[in-house]
Design a protein around this ligand. Structure first.
Ligand code: GDP
Ligand code: MG
Length: 393
């Protein structure tokens, strides 16, 4: 499961990416060894069972701050979009190549309209951010339309099946269920695909994008007043999408100040506490964040975008594997040591394989540690489950 962060130049994509991937607390050595250059670890925020169970956890792979568990997963910094990407212009192919790997997208918009179509700075309010949204979607849609037309337009005499379309699109993380859903919503018949007109290929491409690359929009630079007005207009014009007002720069200020032990701040929270000696400049920056962002928006929006992508768009769950179903510990006696993000409908067997192939291969069952009931390999796990895997020889 991979979230791609996309957007035009100078919208605050790097700032968003950096803020989202700065560890929310000291976490010691990284559990991840190799990460590709454009990938980094971000953290989804979820409730740690420690509060509900009134126990003190010893987290290993995922820090717990005041009952909030931050569970790590990889995110992808998608290459910047260049107009005409689908025609192979500039680094356009790199953009599309990155995009194909993503299961869902966070599209960072300059909601303040302070950058033109190429990302050059202009006065806030000059550019309509809706155009950037439409533009990126269109690049993707034209590209997908081209792929489909190259394979199917007037190419075959036999009726085409969804399976054949799936094979062509398999490298794009587009699955059969996406194709069948897009067929329904576009009201087109895949069996007739070889006879479709160009605009029907486009309609299908649009439907397929909506199904296969769900998006949340980070309406960034919402520390500027006009950006917040633009968010209202975006919501009215595109009711099918989610827009989250963000100030990536503010989240970066807060996470960096946390790292320097100047403040206590839990990502996603509506306030912070000063715990260190601040310089005048630091004080001003933090005052700005408090007055112009947290008090107005409620939070910086960055954590909300990530949680929205993981839980709502991808419908993932977080589960807590343990080795002792009574003490909720691992072998070393650490309470609720680890948390894992799994795709929806994952089973105890999927969890076993996620922990280690070896554990997956020796799987004979599992225990739901809350109810102490045994569960089989097909039982679907729920968000927040605490699971002991049983293994045989
Ligand atoms: N006002 C404001 N400016 C921001 C915000 N996030 C980024 N910026 C500024 O926008 C410019 C471009 O940011 P950057 O992250 O490099 O954008 P990228 O080209 O999309 O990666 C920089 O001057 C940032 O300081 C924000 O939340 N609010
Ligand atoms: Mg950048």
């Amino acid at each position: 499961m991979l979230i791609g962060v996309v957007g035009k130049a100078n919208v605050g994509k790097s700032t968003f990416f950096k803020a989202a991937t700065l560890a929310p607390a000291e976490i010691g050595p990284h559990p991840f060894v190799t990460i590709k250059p454009n990938r980094a670890i971000a953290y989804v925020k979820t409730k740690c069972p420690c509060t509900e169970l009134k126990i003190k956890c010893n987290p290993k792979n995922s820090p717990c701050i005041d009952g909030n568990r931050f569970v790590p997963f990889e995110i992808l910094d998608v290459a910047g979009l260049i107009p005409g990407a689908h025609l192979g212009k500039g680094l356009g192919n790199k953009f599309l190549d990155d995009l194909r790997q993503a299961d869902c997208l966070i599209h960072v918009l300059d909601a303040a309209g302070a950058t033109d179509e190429k990302g050059n700075p202009v006065a806030p309010g000059t550019r309509n951010p809706a155009e950037d949204l439409v533009f990126l979607n269109e690049e993707f849609d034209f590209w997908l339309q081209d792929i489909l037309m190259n394979h199917f337009k007037k190419k075959h005499n036999q009726p085409i099946s969804a399976k054949q379309v799936e094979e062509v699109l398999s490298g794009l993380k587009i699955k059969k269920e996406h194709i069948l859903n897009a067929e329904k919503t576009s009201k087109l018949k895949i069996s007739n695909i070889t006879k479709w007109k160009d605009e029907q290929f486009l309609e299908f491409a649009i439907a397929l994008r909506i199904e296969s690359k769900p998006m949340v929009f980070a309406a960034n630079k919402c520390d500027i007043g006009i950006a917040r007005e633009n968010v209202k207009k975006l919501k009215e014009r595109f009711p099918i999408y989610s827009f989250i007002p963000t100030s990536a720069e503010s989240e970066l200020v807060l996470r960096e100040a946390t790292e320097k032990k100047l403040i206590k701040y839990i990502p996603g929270d509506s306030d912070f506490e000063i715990i260190g000696e601040l310089t005048e400049k630091q004080k001003q920056a933090l005052d700005f964040v408090k007055e112009k962002v947290l008090k107005i928006l409620g939070n910086t929006g960055v954590q909300e975008c990530i949680n929205k992508a993981v839980f709502d768009l991808m419908k993932c769950i977080v589960v807590f594997p343990v080795e002792d179903e009574n003490k909720l510990t691992n072998k070393e006696g650490n309470i609720l040591p680890d948390a894992y993000i799994l795709p929806k409908d994952s089973t105890a067997l999927d969890l076993a394989y996620k922990i280690h192939t070896d554990i997956g291969e020796k799987f004979i069952g599992a225990i739901d540690c809350r109810t102490k009931r045994k569960i089989g390999k097909d039982t679907k796990l729920k968000n927040g489950d605490i699971i002991k895997i049983l293994t045989g020889k």
